[in-house]
Design a protein around this ligand. Sequence first.
Ligand SMILES: [Zn+2]
Ligand SMILES: [Zn+2]
Length: 476
Amino acid sequence: MIRYALVFALAALPTSALAQPADPMAEIIELIDARADQSADTARKLWEWAELGYQEEKSSGLLKQSLSANGFTITSGVADIPTAFMAEYGEGGPVIAILAEYDALPGINQDAVSIRSPIEGKGAAHACGHNLFGAGSVEAAIAVSKWLKKSGTPGRVRLYGTPAEEGGSGKVYMVRAGLFEDVDFALHWHAADRNSAAARTTLANRSAKFRFRGVSAHAAGAPEKARSALDGVESFNMMVNMMREHVPQQSRIHYVITEGGVAPNVVPDFAEVFYYVRHPAPDGVDEIWARVEDAARGAALGTGTTVDWEVIHGNNPLLVNEPLAKMMDSKLRQIGGITYTAEEQAFADGIYASFDKPNLKPGSQEEIQPYAVSLGYGSTDVGDVSYATPTVGLNTATWVPGTSAHSWQSSAASGMSIGFKGVQVAAKTLTLAAIELYTNPELRAEAKVEFDKARGPDYQYKSLLGDRDPPLDYRK
Ligand SMILES: [Zn+2]
Ligand SMILES: [Zn+2]
């Protein structure tokens, strides 16, 4: 019975379909699927290690090992950053860069379970899913290299291991060192609560640690002899908080007090506050920044303290490239969203129950969000890459719909199969996008025209962090 049905089915096919060779795209997808366990293993290891910015020795080491085992040539310690690297495969051009991140976030920590459950003794977590970012980009680079080899297509794929995205601007130093000068296109992706290749810009930003210094004395016995460094910080924050009312609508300013003294009866002679300033345009950041610096000076003057500051990081906004973004969107639709197993659904239900007002409905991990051009309020050092070479990225639903980045819920899903499924969607989509770029000269030309137009004729690269060296110890 079954045999007859098969014969009938074959007979119904046109002969040309039978004669055709295997679909190379299906083959490449199969290859990525076949490595799913390795990819999940990499993502899980990075998640467990949760290494902070510029300290990602084990994480970058593991990614390099996978790439090297697959025939990539590795250059380590680029841009004077020990945990930055490049891994290249292929000959000639075009050169396509795939970015990989792997730094964790301090101050948050959560096990891969659906209820709030910190892991004792752990001070950091992959709450931005950079463990997934690293694993997925490496898988895409490996798949692209296999395709380059099999198809005999000229071109190189180069994976950029980019440390310290969270407040360290690792990529900015790599751009500044000229490492993207021969790159034709850069691809990236990010963990998210949804699948989307919408062309989303980000805000430019700059951060600095403002350090106030005063004089210590007994807070009750000899207060007149003391000048409180914490008073400096508090006056500074007060002035900046008043300033908020008088800055452009799309600005963002936030701070944490990183040192404010130890005992109330010892007037602190040192206090530190760590500030971020963001605006859609680099010039907008500069304007607000000058006022923030004035407020710091004013606060020091008024409290009899002194202040100095160290710029820690700064990113340009993301330059969107619509021809590339539309292409990425079509590849993502080709790959499709994510379906949960019963076990994953139970995990997702648990996470979803912890949200107050989720902005996405359950099940939307199966869908692809509509294509649009929009403004995001975060910042990323991919921005600086996007001004060096035409750049495009996507998000995949590595987290339960409604999850915010930098939350315990994002950290939880980044360490289990829901996150790992998002990695597979990203790896496949990036691979198809790279293949499209190698094989479609019209798209390449169109994207480059768009890039030149968007940057403007007299464009000069300017980093928002100035000429400082990588702050290799900023998380120590
Ligand atoms: Zn983040
Ligand atoms: Zn991130």
